[in-house]
Design a binder for this molecule. Structure first.
Ligand SMILES: [Mn+2]
Length: 279
């Protein structure tokens, strides 16, 4: 479709009607998806937080277009904070729409009404379009899946391990179709952070409903759900990448965050090893 191709080609000044069309197609494509979508067992590129960093998003697009036999999973946090939030969100939607069999857009903690109204996306949409256009982007938030899982146990989500889950069916049963995260499991999957220490869960300095998950929680969750390797984003690391739990969990960040981060993507190769790639 021409609109999708134009956005993919770098067209930035699309009309409100164009956005509504992209949003409509996204909802059609994602509405029926389960909370945990199936992802390929190998040859996958994982993309961390973009936060309105269009240059990084364009570099990711170029890398993907050159990687013909790879799929790509975006781990969430497209808007808020950065200089080109609307354009970044639109570009990722265009990638997801142009390559529905190879690109997945997951939901991050910033794909939420209360977070996006506070950290910039609502203002960016209002400035470029109108206040009411925010509702349309919210509709996309509500359909995005929470996680991906492959047949060989590669799991990905924005934040990480939630409390009180010992079975995949508990995650699959969540009703995610809300502008915020009323469900505690969904909330923790997009907000929790790993700590490379020998504990289960601990209170997080991010707030009351979030947790740190330690080695004990990670090992139990992995064993219960048959997970070999986990990919997540959500945290800023200067190198754009960090490994946890003896190399069984990788955190990736793909925005420059105002020049403070060397953005990376994570490439799952044929040998099932994760390789950080500068973008
Ligand atoms: Mn985040």
């Amino acid at each position: 479709m021409k609109l999708v191709k134009d956005v993919l080609g770098g067209k930035k000044d699309i009309t409100a009607e164009d956005v509504k069309q992209l949003v409509g197609m996204m909802c059609d494509l994602y509405d029926s998806q389960p909370n945990v979508v199936e992802i390929p067992a190998r040859r996958v590129i994982f993309v961390g937080d973009l936060h309105g960093d269009l240059d990084s998003a364009l570099a990711v697009r170029d890398y993907f277009l050159k990687s013909k036999d790879y799929s790509m999973i975006f781990l969430g946090d497209y808007g808020d904070r950065g200089p080109a939030q609307v354009e970044t969100f639109n570009l990722v939607m265009a990638l997801a729409l142009q390559f529905p069999d190879r690109v997945v857009m997951l939901r991050g903690n910033h794909e939420s009404d209360e977070v996006a109204t506070r950290y910039g996306f609502y203002m960016d949409i209002s400035r470029k379009y109108s206040h009411s256009m925010f509702e349309h982007y919210l509709n996309v938030f509500t359909v995005l899946p929470l996680a991906g899982l492959s047949s060989n146990g590669i799991f990905c989500c924005h934040g990480g391990v939630p409390e009180n889950v010992n079975n995949l069916s508990q995650i699959l049963a969540i009703d995610r179709c809300f502008p915020n995260f009323p469900d505690d499991i969904a909330y923790q999957m997009v907000w929790n952070d790993p700590k490379d220490r020998d504990f289960d869960f601990r209170p997080s300095c991010r707030g009351r409903r979030m947790k740190y998950f330690g080695q004990v929680a990670f090992d139990r969750f992995s064993a219960d759900l048959g997970i070999e390797l986990m990919l997540r984003s959500h945290e800023v690391f200067e190198e754009g990448f960090k490994s946890f739990f003896g190399g069984r969990l990788f955190s990736v960040f793909t925005a420059t965050a105002g020049g403070t981060v060397k953005p990376k993507i994570a490439r799952l190769k044929d040998d099932l090893k994760i390789k950080p790639v500068p973008i």
